[in-house]
Design a protein around this ligand. Structure first.
Ligand code: FES
Ligand code: MG
Length: 597
């Protein structure tokens, strides 16, 4: 247990607002309006820490909506420990519904949380999280402002079932779309079966981006050990909400802040754990972003160097067979960390919000069910992390190797002389509308060895970056039993998709990236062993195409629809840099660097 120098009530940040004899008028104005709903003068002036609760649940964000009830237990915990809770809203982020994409909201929510944490009388904050981007938005803001902060995930939904079959959120949609396209089921059955995946309150029950990012928050040390994947309706979820409330008050007295926890070691632990979890391909974007705001340079080479060799231990969809309810019962994130720790893959001294090291927190937390959380020596897949591919079209693109299926290996990685490479002809689409309009056009001549390319889908081309790279083959091929083709693109893909796409290609076509130079009919060579994707044409021809594109005024993409789309596009960084807002990344520790005035 780390030894913390405790601060005194006089050192509380909130005293500037609530006990400032130099500015009696301002102090009175700050205090009087909080009294108007029944807060007492004593609560605001007797030296109790004021704790913000960043509320990410709302009717627009159903994955997080139960936080509206759950924070009652957080408030009970804060009061029991002698603090005063103040709840405030996070800009809503709902992954499935927000158009043009929920990723546009991550940076907007980030900015909002930063302003609230900096500009209001808060000594510490509980960050409620769940749906995909709510977690990184909260952690990025915690790193920027750096007041004591703790993450409380809302937890995943219970298992979805159809008869005796598990139905995982998101993952089932990708499967059902193929069955709909093949004519096996009709639209009504499609909707009915899709709904099976959402049986209760909570976020996605697969190891999609939500469960991944909440697990990452725990691995980074920012939430209580064992809390990330407690299913939303379980009693333990409400209990850990209470414990989170009591703990944040102590963190304020201990002056334990996000930047004490978010060290390089913590981020390296996150990379390693993400591979073992079979985590979402969105994790590198968000983790790199949180690292940038914490002042730590982390890039996709780090993901390959540290993460690729790590085996898949979590047998959870989309990479595995089970769902988060079983994952929790098998020991959850601590059991994964226990395996990594025993294998010597963890920086076990990294500090966590409970004041102990991540290694100390793992005592007695081994897997309870090695079918669900495998032993390190007996994994589901060896080398399950991301590859960071490069070549003459982009500087970085990720491939999630844990989801490369046997069928895919047999169809593409089948050259006995070179088992990790394949070549194919490309068919190029400019955004998802173009894909939907043309994918079934027989004139494209898409066959079982075609590589589908999606461009115009990065953070600038499609504001925020669209999750559209995992493209379904044409109906005619699906009817022949060809259910997947290799896909490449400058957009993202859903964390619930089991498609082995090459995605997040940076720089994107819209900002001068090489995908803009591709033409349908070109041949690509993908070499996983060398980490390369090469367009097979002469360098002079590539140069000539680049000149023609410049003369035409560059790659065209749809215009802005809202003020924020225009603002974000003017300053957003590429996916491999975390899709952060460039001017924001120079601000750090702002609560101390820029005290209230
Ligand atoms: Fe919100 Fe998956 S859609 S967590
Ligand atoms: Mg998603």
């Amino acid at each position: 247990m780390a030894n913390f120098q405790r601060i005194t009530p006089e050192q509380l940040r909130s005293r500037y607002w609530f006990d400032n004899p130099d500015h009696p008028g301002t102090t009175a104005l700050c205090i009087e309006r909080y009294l108007n709903y029944g807060i007492t003068l004593d609560e605001l002036t007797s030296g109790k820490p004021i704790i913000g609760i960043c509320q990410s649940g709302s009717d627009l964000t159903p994955c997080n909506r139960h936080h509206i009830d759950l924070v009652k237990r957080v408030k009970d915990g804060i009061r029991a420990a002698g603090g005063v809770p103040f709840e405030f809203p996070m800009h809503p982020i709902h992954e499935n519904v927000r158009r043009p994409t929920a990723a546009l909201d991550r940076n907007l929510a980030y900015l909002g949380i930063v302003e609230v944490l900096h500009g209001y009388p808060l000594d510490g904050v509980v960050l409620t999280t769940g749906c995909d981007k709510t977690t990184p938005a909260a952690l990025m803001a915690a790193a920027t402002v750096n007041i004591p902060a703790i993450v409380l995930s809302g937890g995943p939904m219970l298992n979805g079932w159809r008869g005796a079959e598990r139905v995982g959120s998101g993952t089932i949609i990708w499967e059902l779309r193929k069955r709909l396209a093949a004519g096996d089921i009709d639209y009504a059955e499609f909707l009915s079966r899709a709904s099976d995946s959402a049986p209760s309150i909570g976020h996605c029950n697969t190891m999609g981006t939500a469960s991944t990012m909440n697990s990452m928050a725990e691995v980074l040390g920012m939430s209580l050990p064992g809390s990330a994947v407690i299913p939303a309706p379980y009693k333990e979820r409400a209990m850990v909400a209470f414990d989170t409330g009591t703990r944040i008050v102590d963190m304020v007295w201990e002056d334990l802040r996000p930047l004490d926890i978010l060290t390089r070691d913590a981020f390296e632990n996150a990379i390693v754990a993400c591979s073992a979890l079979g985590g979402s391909s969105n994790a590198p974007v968000h983790i790199n972003a949180i690292a940038r705001h914490a002042g730590i340079e982390l890039d996709n080479d780090d993901w390959q160097r540290l993460g690729h060799e790590i085996p898949l231990l979590a047998n959870v969809m989309p990479a595995g067979a089970f769902l988060c309810e079983e994952f929790y019962r098998a020991g959850g994130v601590p059991a994964i960390l226990h395996e990594l720790h025993t294998a010597g893959k963890l920086h076990s001294d990294a500090l966590t919000v409970n004041g102990r090291s991540i290694g100390d927190n793992l005592q007695g937390r081994e897997t309870q069910d090695s079918d669900v959380i495998c032993r390190y020596g007996d994994p589901l897949v060896e080398h399950a992390g991301f590859l960071n591919l490069k070549g003459n079209l982009f500087d970085s693109a990720l491939m999630k190797t844990s989801v490369i299926s046997r069928d895919f290996r047999e169809r593409f990685l089948n050259d006995p002389n070179d088992p990790e490479a394949f070549e194919g002809k490309v068919v190029v689409f400019d955004g998802s509308e173009d894909y939907h309009a043309r994918i079934d056009d027989p004139a494209l001549n898409i066959d079982a060895r075609t590589i589908l390319v999606m461009r115009g889908a990065g953070p600038v081309g499609h504001p925020g970056g669209a999750e559209v790279v995992n493209m379904q083959p044409p109906e005619a091929l699906i009817k022949q039993g060809i259910e997947s083709l290799p896909c490449l693109g400058d957009g993202r893909q859903s964390g619930t998709s089991g498609s082995p796409s090459i995605l997040n290609a940076s720089p994107e076509a819209a900002t001068g990236g090489g995908l803009a130079l591709l033409e349908s009919g070109d041949r690509l060579r993908v070499d996983l062993k060398r980490g390369e994707v090469q367009l097979l044409i002469e360098a002079s021809e590539l140069e000539a195409r680049r000149e023609r594109l410049v003369q035409q005024g560059g790659y065209r993409y749809p215009g802005h629809q809202t003020p924020w789309q225009e603002i974000q596009r003017s300053m957003v960084e590429p996916l491999d840099r975390g899709m952060t807002l460039e001017p924001a990344t120079k601000y750090r520790d702002v609560a101390r660097q820029h005290p209230p005035r």
